[in-house]
Design a protein around this ligand. Sequence first.
Ligand SMILES: C[S@@+](CC[C@H](N)C(=O)[O-])C[C@H]1O[C@@H](n2cnc3c(N)ncnc32)[C@H](O)[C@@H]1O
Length: 277
Amino acid sequence: MADTEIAKAVNEIGFWWHSIDLNGFITPGGKSQQLLHNEWRAMEVPDLSGKSVLDIGAWDGFFSFAAERLGAESVVALDHYVWATDRPGLAKYRQECMRVAREPDPVETTKFWNPVDLPGKSGFDLAHRILDSKVTALNQDFLLASSAEIGTFDVVFFLGVLYHMKNPLESLEKVAELTRTLAIIETHAVEILGQSQSLAEFYPASELNGDPSNWWGPNIAALVGLCKAAGFSRVVVKKGPPGLGSIKSIARHIAATLGIPWGTRARHYRAIVHAWK
Ligand SMILES: C[S@@+](CC[C@H](N)C(=O)[O-])C[C@H]1O[C@@H](n2cnc3c(N)ncnc32)[C@H](O)[C@@H]1O
């Protein structure tokens, strides 16, 4: 495809979550190239040569295409929810609801759900075509997938999905079932200053980033414990709570440890763990 044709095709796609390098043409993306490369580095992905990879919640496929580029023998990009959603249409509808100060109507929002044509998969499909990729797309709710049906994978990416799960333990049991060797899990997480036992913050509505599909923020002890309870034998924290940084954070931490109420005790961050079978 000529550059002008790529630019036109990229622009026709209403929304990109991943900024992807399409042989020199960089797509827009909610996640910038810089952010994605930082994330990839922090994931400490092992040598993928000859390995099979499953990317659960692949969306536009940045991580699937990166695994393929780095020598994975086979890659499956699995997703369902965003692929079946007409995101630009839904966003416009929600904006209009906000403008006229009314709640979105659940029946009307079903108009933006299309599990047959998969309008939200067009970015993945375009990138797949331009990159001449051999990544296999699997349109499925991973909770309904079984190892008997789709097999097990040397490396499983479970990136940005855990906190969307209503039942985190059950979903990690499914990840463990599909993992032969290593699952790399990246998630929203919480640190409650002064608390080291396993705890998770629950978001009953849209408390986390205004998104009603976010349910849980585990602390690092809960994340490790969940992985072990789900069937992983060893869990290595690659990215835990951020350092205390400023004097104010240190003072807040001491106050929390001493039980003195002062400011917020919850700090949000993104955690990464390697969970080994
Ligand atoms: C926040 S996005 C993360 C996308 C990508 N993994 C990343 O880290 O940039 C969450 C993704 O998980 C997908 N997802 C959520 N629940 C799922 C499920 N039960 N089965 C398959 N995909 C799911 C969503 O459709 C969405 O693409």
